[in-house]
Design a protein around this ligand. Sequence first.
Ligand SMILES: [Zn+2]
Length: 284
Amino acid sequence: MSNHDLFQRFLFEDFQIRGEIVRLNQSYLEVLNRKDYPEMLARLLGEALVATTLLSGTLKFEGILAVQARAKGPVTLLMTECTHERQIRGIAEWEGVIPEEDLAMQLREGMLAITIDPEKGSRYQGIVPLERRSLAHCLEHYFELSEQLDTFILIHVSDQSAAGMLLQKLPAHNPEHDADAWNRITSLAASLKAEELHQLENEEILYRLFNEERVTLYPSEAVKFHCSCTRARTENAIRAMGAAEVYELLSEKSPIEVDCQFCGQHYCFDRTDIEHLFGKNILH
Ligand SMILES: [Zn+2]
């Protein structure tokens, strides 16, 4: 279908409420292909990928938005990223069986970090506890705390596809002439069924939900699975370990092999490569 793997913005002109729809198909399946994820975790990863792509719409500059959850288990790590070019990647780690119940049971005593990493300028990170029933509710909570912006997030994940909608009051939102607009619009959005979100064209979705309102739909953008790992970044990570530790590793096993967790890319560093990174180590 033509409307898969896309990000599209819309705007309620009369109320200064902005919206986005994200639908992931091929890009989601490419993330799932990297590991044999249990079904519940595959769904959670789909939710996180959709949420991250929705949140990437708040990037005001070139860079990466990352959503990362760490917890005591059974899901121990959930990490998804989206760039301003809508390139996504993600991984998860787990131990044991993942329950079907709410998020707080899947990620016990977990924290959710939202990191904005601009290509130029300084990094920003906001953190919220994973205390709500779903990732969408946790992120609504995050916006409430960090930006005082009312935000609505709806996410539906099926076997093949993950999709979501975000609505957010803009700072210019002026409810005076229609105090009920936010409640009315979010109630209508909440009535959107999973199959409608997965299967309908966005024009059709907006028409079915909001045909009484004035809505502007902007051109859609393609979303792709793309890993940002490079040999140069892997070299930086090796450099950060320090010469002593790296030369010790090398003496145990040469070459040093590094596999990217997100995409499976294999990087290999032999003694000549390592000497190039650190200079000839005087100890060896
Ligand atoms: Zn990679």
